[in-house]
Design a protein around this ligand. Structure first.
Ligand code: FES
Length: 73
């Protein structure tokens, strides 16, 4: 495994954008071929027909979620 940080961005009303050295596996440890993909978008709404990837369906179902971290004041 690489020591590089992976960046995950929660997109407003949309996917999780993952950038960095990514290994994506299913529950049995089989990996998706992400050759040449420096970033991927994972479905967060549950409506994608290409899970675990986002296919834009979140727009069709008008998925609403725009969380942000709680900042201590
Ligand atoms: S987040 Fe895009 S299809 Fe689910």
């Amino acid at each position: 495994m690489s020591e590089e940080a992976v960046k995950v961005t929660v997109r407003p009303n949309g996917s999780l954008r993952v950038e960095g050295p990514i290994v994506l596996q299913d529950a049995e440890g089989r990996t998706w071929d992400l050759t040449g993909k420096p970033a991927i978008s994972l479905c967060r709404c549950g409506a994608s027909e290409n899970k675990p990837f986002c296919d834009g369906a979140h727009k069709r179902i008008e998925f609403q979620s725009a969380p942000s971290p709680v900042v201590a004041g």
